[in-house]
Structures are given as C-alpha cells and as structure tokens.
Design a protein around this ligand. Structure first.
Ligand code: NAD
Ligand code: DAU
Length: 362
C-alpha cells in the first residue's frame, strides 16, 4: 500500500527541488545543509521509509515552509506523478536507493525495484514535467575493483561486481539514455564511501562505533586489506550541489574523498580515537565478490565545478564518533529487532566459526 501525503503549496520566490530518499543517511545531511542556507531551495522529500529511512531525522523541519515530506515509493508511478504534479519541481536530486552491498547479496529484488525500476519512473516523470535538471546520485562501485595502483575516471568502463553496484549501474545507464534519447538534462555524480552523522549502523564505520562502544567485537571481512576512498558526507553533499548548479547536462562527475585507507588501518584509527583496544577486531569470512580497492580521480569536479573535499578522515572520524556518542538514543533505535535479526543472520556464524582477534596485519 502506498500512502502519499500531499505537500503544502510550494513557496513562491524559491526554487523547488524534489529530492528522493532524504530520510536516509546522505539525504538527511543534504536537506540539513540546504535548509541552513537562507538562499537555498524549497524541498519535497519523497521517501517510502524503508528500514534505512527515519522520518524523525528531519522532523524538526516539518514546520519549515521550505521543507515538505511525502511518503511514497519511487517504484510506484502513481505516487511519483502525484509528487511531481503537486510540487512542480525545477530540479530532481535522486538519492533514494537500496544501498547496502551485503543485503543485495542475500536478495537483489528490492534493489532492482528501486535502483533500476524506480529510477526509470522518476526519469519519465521528470521528462513529462520538463524539469531543468535531473541529478542521479551514483557511486564509485559501478566501476568495479582496482588493483594496487590507478584511479577511476569518468570514462573508465563500468564493471560492477555486486548486485547493488549492478543495479546502480543500471540506473546510471537509464539516466544517460533519458538524456541521449529524450534530451532530459541529466547529470550523474559518482561518490566514494561516505561517513558521518545519521549513517545506518549496517555500514562499517557506524557498525564499528556501535560495537566498540559496547565492547563488542568488530567483524573485519577477509584480509582487511581492501581499500576504500573515504569522503565526509558534508563534502559529498557540497559536491552534489556544485554539480547540480554548475555541471553540464550529459556529464558524469566523480566526487572522491582525500583519504584512501585499508579497512584494517581504518578500524585501528577508529579504535584509537575511541580509546578502545584493537583486540576487538575479528577477521571473518570475506564478502563474496568483495571489491579490493576503490579510488576516484575527481579532477573534472575540481576543474569544472570548483569543488574539492575539505574534511580529512582523521578530523571527520573524530567528529563522527562524537556525534554517535551524543546521539546514543538514535543508534539504540536503529538496533531494533529487525536489525538484530539481520545482524545475527549476517554475522553469527562468521563470528562463531572463524573470528579471531587481529594481532598483526595479514
Ligand atoms: P540509505 O540506505 O541510508 O538511505 C536510502 C533512503 O532511500 C532511505 O531513506 C529509504 O527509505 C529511501 N528509499 C529506499 N527505497 C525507496 C523507494 N523505493 N522509494 C522511496 N524511497 C526509498 O542510503 P545512503 O547511504 O544515504 O545513499 C543515498 C544514495 O547515495 C544512494 O543512491 C547510494 O547509492 C548513493 N551513494 C551512497 C554512498 C555511501 O557511501 N553511502 C556513496 C556513493 C553514493
Ligand atoms: O563506495 C561507495 C559505496 O560505499 C556506496 O555506494 C554504498 O552504498 C555504501 O554502502 C558503501 O559500500 P561498501 O560496501 O564499501 O561499504 P560498507 O560500509 O558495507 O563496507 C566498507 C568496507 O568494509 C568494505 O570493504 C567491506 C568492509 N566491511 C564491511 C562491514 C559492514 C567489513 O570488513 N566488515 C563489516 O562488518
């Protein structure tokens, strides 16, 4: 069943952006950033509130005339049409997605529904309503995996390795096709691994913070030598605005962070910030199809958008730890029974069967 809350009439004088999936991690940070700017747009947040979406992340803004929430599934054409017809957006920023690689390995169907089918439904509505810009928020994972050297550029071939990455690549290709075939002004951004406030604790950094805070073990997949290119969510959000406002339709922009770190090193840094022992780290069975290394060459975004990441990992991670410590109730709520079931299913046999404390690098 789909419930659609009719948005209040839009403000006059402001630009209107329909933004999908803002009750999730990056969308929440994006809306907070836009509303802090008095010159920013009016926003309609279209979100169906999956396990990863929390309406209360933005509840304090529901009386703000520039923020509107609409409960709806982007995979439902009727709900999407209602949102477009009532809000009449100038631009669309499309965050809504199933976002967790491990869940896509268990069952990819919802990833196809939202990341592929939902994206096409939004593109069709954007075309019918002649939006001026459609920004598809994508990921470095569409490029696949790197060896020890080199970086992905926007013209690197797509070679996704997980069902999640393949579904995002599908969305990107449909967005590209809507631009080429129908002239929809589409821009695609590909961000690297985000971290910061409001991230759901299935992802490595908040999972590690939550477990270490409670002196629980932290599962590290495989050798722990897989490298991720970390970007603070605020830097990513600034990059998305820069691409929307200054990017060229039809173009892709990589938005990579400044820090490339192996997972084991990352956990060691995090535990040192928290004053916890690295003996909490347990090596467990690897993720199937686990990409070895991501690295983004973001020269195009630096040169054409005037954007660069500003927050280094050491500083951003300390602030993130502090945020989760100050917001223990938020984290507690995320650890509901459905999360506990997920955690058991994902980790119990791995931790019981083979988890060993990590004493030295593999
Ligand atoms: P998230 O899982 O935290 O949030 C996803 C949001 O989308 C939730 O609010 C959820 O309720 C909503 N949603 C899911 N399916 C929906 C549907 N069918 N209809 C309407 N709403 C739906 O995700 P995130 O980490 O904030 O990622 C946001 C976007 O950024 C995704 O497109 C993801 O692929 C991309 N991205 C994420 C990262 C990262 O490191 N997290 C990096 C690069 C790109
Ligand atoms: O690169 C961008 C992508 O980053 C986004 O597109 C995805 O939406 C986002 O989930 C993230 O994907 P990752 O798979 O890289 O993130 P995750 O936090 O799941 O894992 C980060 C690394 O840590 C990865 O190498 C797997 C490893 N890992 C993860 C978990 C959850 C562990 O070692 N143990 C864990 O328990």
């Amino acid at each position: 069943m789909v419930q659609v809350t009719t948005p209040r009439p839009p403000d006059t004088g402001n630009r209107r952006w329909l933004v999908t999936g803002c009750c999730g991690f990056i969308g929440t940070n994006f809306v907070r950033m836009l509303l802090a700017d008095p010159q920013g747009p009016a926003i309609l947040n279209l979100d169906c509130l999956t396990y990863a979406g929390r309406r209360e992340n933005l509840a304090e803004f529901e009386s703000n005339p520039r923020y509107h929430f609409s409960l709806g599934d982007i995979g439902n054409a009727e709900a999407v049409e209602t949102a477009f017809a009532s809000f009449r957006p100038h631009a669309v920023v499309h965050f809504a997605a199933e976002s967790h690689v491990d869940r896509s390995i268990g069952d990819a169907s919802q990833f196809i529904h939202t990341n592929v089918g939902g994206t096409q439904i939004l593109l069709d509505a954007a075309r019918r309503h002649s939006v001026e810009r459609f920004l598809q928020v994508s990921t470095d994972e569409v490029y696949g995996s790197l060896g020890p050297t080199g970086s992905f550029r926007e013209d690197s071939p797509m070679a996704p390795n997980s069902p999640y990455a393949a579904s995002k690549a599908g969305g990107d290709l449909l967005a590209r096709a809507a631009g080429k075939t129908h002239g929809l002004p589409v821009i695609i951004t590909r961000g690297s691994n985000n971290y910061g406030p409001y991230q759901f604790p299935e992802k490595l950094i908040p999972l590690a913070i939550a477990n270490a805070s409670a002196d629980r073990t932290i599962p590290l997949y495989g050798t722990g030598l897989n490298v991720r290119n970390w970007i603070h969510v605020e830097d990513h959000c600034r990059g998305i605005v820069a691409a929307l406002e200054r990017g060229e339709p039809g173009r892709v922009y990589n938005l990579g962070g400044a820090d490339e770190v192996a997972n084991l090193d990352l956990l060691e840094q995090l535990l040192s910030i928290m004053g916890k022992s690295t003996t909490l780290i347990r090596r467990v069975a690897d993720r199937p199809g686990h990409d070895m290394r991501y690295s983004l060459d973001s020269t195009r975004a630096h040169q054409e958008l005037g954007w660069r990441p500003r927050i280094r990992l050491s500083e951003g991670m300390a602030a993130t730890v502090e945020w989760y410590q100050r917001n223990a109730a938020w984290l507690e709520k995320a650890h509901d029974t459905s999360f506990q079931d997920y955690y058991r299913q994902q980790y119990e046999s791995r931790l019981a069967g083979e988890g060993k404390p990590v004493t030295a690098k593999a």
